[in-house]
Design a protein around this ligand. Structure first.
Ligand SMILES: [Zn+2]
Length: 255
């Protein structure tokens, strides 16, 4: 099995002998960083580029996911910074969402070949590995939560946030719904762990800003790394999920 990690630069030093490999796709060229962890091949994809330059709406998601597919990756753990609209999830809280609502309106989230089943958007096998990792590490993980994905890069208005909260949303992000949909279309298992870097409740006295976001991300780097590292070591050898079913059915019918 080959594992993909999507996230910020804080995860680089998980691996030994990280080498860059450029993958050509029909959607563009993607540099991946290849390494090993406990004998498993790991491909690291810096979501926003290596210098955190590309904002969420302009990320080339279709190229990114296709590059991981071409590299042979069949399981992806993504890490994202989000805002909390559930006041129970504090700044620095780690969340394992099990549902998502795609509220993006200006980006493509499909390769347009067939209709993939997204009833359960995240891989249960990967989620179990993350859950067990948090337990073994003694880390608090917020579960049974829903992530709402917006276009960004602009932050939400107070009324938008109150609306999301009234809908029962827990966290707001800008990338994961797109990644989850494209991964599902390619038959790749996908799960996300989020770090809340601001309280996007619309009631918070401190408005969200990039400096705070970066500060919280930096302060929690080791915590996130410890969780991902442990989850990698707990991944099951045999899959029991149905993440690849739509893709396999499509490939079978195409023959
Ligand atoms: Zn799966």
């Amino acid at each position: 099995m080959k594992i993909g990690l999507i996230g910020g630069t804080g995860l680089y030093d998980l691996f030994h002998l990280l080498t860059e490999q450029c993958i050509e796709t029909e959607y563009g060229q993607v540099p991946l960083l290849k390494g090993e962890y406990e004998g498993k091949k790991v491909y690291f994809l810096p979501r926003h580029g290596t210098v955190h330059g590309v904002l969420a709406p302009y990320v080339n998601y279709k190229a990114n996911l296709m590059a991981l597919k071409k590299a042979g990756v069949d399981q992806i753990i993504a890490v994202s910074a989000v805002g909390s609209v559930n006041p129970d999830i504090p700044i620095s809280g780690l969340t394992l969402p099990d549902q998502l609502v795609d509220f993006t309106r200006r980006r493509e989230n499909t390769y347009g070949k067939f209709s993939a089943d997204m009833t359960l958007p995240f891989c249960p096998d990967l989620q179990q590995a993350v859950r067990s990792a948090a337990q073994e590490n003694g880390q608090k993980l917020y579960e049974n939560t829903t992530l709402i994905c917006v276009d960004g890069p602009i932050y939400e208005t107070r009324n938008e946030l109150q609306l999301f909260s009234s809908w029962g949303m827990d966290i707001v992000g800008m990338t994961n719904a797109t990644e989850a949909a494209l991964a599902r279309e390619l038959g790749i298992c996908f799960s996300v762990v989020t770090l809340s870097t601001d309280l996007a409740t619309g009631f918070a006295s401190i408005p969200p800003d990039l400096a705070t976001h970066k500060k919280v991300a930096a302060e929690n780097k080791e915590k996130v790394k410890a969780l991902v590292e442990k989850a990698l070591s707990l991944l099951p050898k045999q899959k029991s999920c149905q993440c690849a079913k739509s893709y396999n059915d499509y490939m079978f019918l195409k023959k």
